[in-house]
Design a binder for this molecule. Structure first.
Ligand code: C5P
Length: 239
């Protein structure tokens, strides 16, 4: 896969105009954009269509977590919207994930749609082992929980997981190389970590086996985003 298809830019802005201006500014260098809660709730599903009209793919990052029937129906809506990738919370359980995969497979076949890839969030990176123990009454460390939920997602037939840079190798070892790992929390060597706690450089993430890396601020707030992408691509290539 060429490097440009492995770099996903997070459109963490609150208007369609700002998002589309960034897509137009980055032009041919980027093929895939992440649309998350802020942009989706502000601009609606039309923003996804408008990104598609520009020939780009969309990762719909809405982290579905609800009863199986509700998630399966929302997954059908994402499939009809034509997104390339979307996610659910693995902690929604096996039945929720299995019914999502079945609903997506069925509607794709029936309506001749491209089947989106479906990935799971295991543990949010903001959850620490202390939060697990003291607030959620789960005594395993975060890594054990991540491994358990990644295996559950694989058993349900999902295509992969979202994971922090520190978890990439563990998940690839546990679930095999074909199981996709999408990794945020990436900082090129020249930028600050912002609020991300455990970061890695693009080179480290690709070296550890990430299939896709998600980057927002390091590109969105750069004085020259095109130059930032060029430098990031060199870091990715060096892996
Ligand atoms: O600006 P930055 O590169 O930190 O943006 C990372 C993007 O990835 C944000 O959209 C953030 O919501 C998302 N993300 C994350 N950590 C996760 C899951 C998603 O940073 N565990």
């Amino acid at each position: 896969m060429p490097w440009r298809d492995r770099l996903i830019v997070a459109l963490d802005v609150d208007t369609a105009d700002a998002a589309l201006a960034m897509v137009d500014r980055l032009g041919g260098d980027i093929s895939t954009y992440k649309v998350g809660f802020e942009l989706f709730v502000s601009a609606g599903p039309d923003i996804v269509r408008r990104i598609h009209e520009r020939g780009k793919r969309v990762f719909l990052d809405l982290k579905y977590h609800d009863i199986p029937n509700t998630v399966a129906k929302a997954a059908v809506a994402a499939t009809r919207l034509g997104v390339f990738l979307f996610n659910v919370h693995a902690s929604g359980g096996l039945d929720m994930m299995q019914r999502t995969v079945s609903a997506v497979n069925e509607i794709s076949a029936k309506e001749g749609l491209d089947r989106p890839k479906i990935i799971a969030v295991t543990m949010l990176t903001s959850i620490t082992s202390e939060v697990l123990k003291n607030e959620l009454a789960i005594s395993h460390p975060v890594r054990t929980q991540v491994r358990t939920l990644a295996s559950l997602a694989q058993r349900a037939g999902l295509d992969g997981v979202v994971a922090s840079p520190q978890e990439i190798s563990m998940i690839k070892e546990q679930c095999g190389r074909q199981f996709l790992v999408v990794t945020p929390g990436i900082r090129p060597s020249w930028t600050p970590p912002d609020d991300q706690r455990r970061t890695a450089t693009p080179r480290e993430a690709i070296h550890d086996g990430a299939d896709y890396i998600v980057m927002g601020r390091a590109i969105l707030t750069a004085d020259d985003p095109a130059r930032a992408i060029e430098l990031i691509s060199l870091e990715m290539l060096s892996a």
